[in-house]
Design a protein around this ligand. Structure first.
Ligand SMILES: Cc1cc2nc3c(=O)[nH]c(=O)nc-3n(C[C@H](O)[C@H](O)[C@H](O)COP(=O)(O)OP(=O)(O)OC[C@H]3O[C@@H](n4cnc5c(N)ncnc54)[C@H](O)[C@@H]3O)c2cc1C
Length: 404
């Protein structure tokens, strides 16, 4: 077992660390006090600078204009970027574009890649992913109300979606819709369809207010309506009926991206917690860090973050070596483990900061509000725990049906 971080990764981390220090951290306060859309011009300048590092769209092969990192290498980079809420955006590897780029690369036709993937990789456009619906449980990905029916050479899409991240300003959506309701397997009934957001019948109904923040531009989650929305059948991504399989493809590496981003958040929160514990005095010469309970929070957090990082790197290594399917148990394990470590570390860091922790003078409150969702999106904790436990119990002779 080799724990040495390869030189190439160390260099990448240093480049990113220096960039964050110079270009990104100074912008953070503005992010917390002004709508995201007002920052888009200055962020565009930062993105242009990020392109010069050769690490823009790091997860995409160099031949397609990306940074050419393996998943494990990208995981290390993702941890550095995660230390700021805008790190991934500046390096063009933010959700949902990161996942959309990956599925366009794996399943898109040459024409789709030319029209949508290449401008995404260059950072000229953004995209969104519309799968979840207000009236259907998102935890059951094969149960959808949105339909796409064939009419001549077109699809006509009807349905309601919500919690689609970054619709405002996106050039296209990838829509998950039922196209083959009669298919014998529920896993073969839906397809993914590329829908330019300017298509008549595609409507951004509202940005959903989340924890008191309606958000804007990239930093928003929208309700979207498809009403007789007509696009060519040539916009089908991958095979007809393969929507579920492609969604699974998207989520494997996607969970590594999220988990390493969360580790980055944990590290920053941990650093802030330790600084505050060392500096804040309860009385003359009595720093907060002299209290045993604070020491316990620090030790527990350090142990939990270290453990979480090892689990994620192992899962990334297994995906690189054997593919996402072979690593599905590891992927489920990290998803709920790291999401919960994140909640605990953020909570302790805020507690140590007292009232200051509730303000927007540090990034802690922003993360506390926005990252509670980590335990819900990309599969809630309970679903991942069920997946893992079912597989383990099968080895002990107990077979449990996979239907929800
Ligand atoms: C910030 C944020 C961003 C998102 N971005 C996107 C996006 O870009 N595109 C998109 O399509 N969707 C997105 N989503 C939606 C997300 O994928 C869904 O919220 C998620 O799949 C859960 O679906 P649901 O909200 O319908 O919850 P439900 O399916 O209604 O589940 C509710 C709760 O029930 C419990 N539960 C569910 N299943 C089980 C089970 N088998 N056993 C025990 N308990 C269970 C869990 O506690 C769960 O939280 C986003 C969500 C959030 C919060």
């Amino acid at each position: 077992m080799e724990f040495t971080i390869p030189e190439r990764v160390r260099n990448i981390r240093q480049i990113v660390r220096d960039f964050m220090q110079r270009e990104i951290y100074p912008l953070e306060l503005a992010l917390r006090s002004r709508p995201f859309r007002e920052l888009v011009p200055v962020l565009a300048e930062k993105r242009a600078k990020a392109q010069q590092t050769g690490l823009f769209a790091p997860h995409i092969p160099e031949a397609l204009g990306g940074g050419g990192l393996s998943l494990t290498e990208f995981a290390f980079m993702s941890e550095e970027l995660g230390r700021s809420p805008i790190g991934h955006y500046v390096f063009n590897c933010q959700a949902p574009d990161v996942g959309n780029m990956e599925i366009l690369m794996a399943h898109g036709t040459a024409e789709q890649q030319e029209r949508w993937l290449r401008p995404l990789v260059r950072g000229e456009i953004r995209s969104c992913f519309t799968m979840t619906e207000p009236e259907y449980a998102g935890s059951n990905p094969v149960w959808l109300g949105t339909t796409a029916r064939k009419d001549g050479s077109d699809w006509v899409i009807n349905g309601q979606k919500w919690f689609a991240t970054a619709v405002e300003g996106a050039a296209f959506a990838i829509c998950m819709a039922v196209t083959n309701p009669e298919a014998p397997s529920p896993y073969s009934r839906a397809s993914m369809i590329i829908v330019p957001t300017g298509t008549p019948g595609f409507e951004l109904v509202r940005n959903v207010s989340v924890m008191g923040d309606q958000g804007s531009d990239y930093a928003s989650h929208a309700e979207v309506s498809y009403q007789s929305c007509r696009v060519p059948q040539a916009n089908t991504l991958g095979a007809e009926g393969a929507g579920f399989i492609i969604a699974q493809d998207r989520l494997g590496p996607g969970r590594i991206h999220h988990c390493m981003r969360w580790i980055g958040i944990c590290e920053r929160a941990f650093e802030l917690m330790c600084q505050r514990a060392a500096q804040r005095e309860l009385g003359p010469g009595k720093p907060l860090g002299t209290r045993q309970i604070v020491q316990q929070w620090i030790a527990d957090s350090r142990a939990e973050i270290n453990g979480a990082r090892l689990m994620v790197l192992h899962a990334a290594w297994k995906i690189d070596a054997e593919g996402a399917y072979a690593a599905r148990e590891e992927i489920s394990l990290i998803k709920f483990t790291v999401a919960n470590v994140l909640q605990r570390v953020l909570d302790r860091a805020i507690q140590v900061h007292g009232a200051l922790g509730m303000t927007d003078d540090t990034p802690l409150a922003y993360w506390y509000a926005h990252e509670r969702a980590a335990r819900i999106y990309d599969g809630p904790d309970e679903v991942h725990k069920t997946v893992v436990a079912r597989r383990i119990l099968r080895e002990h002779g107990l077979k449990i049906s996979s239907s929800p």
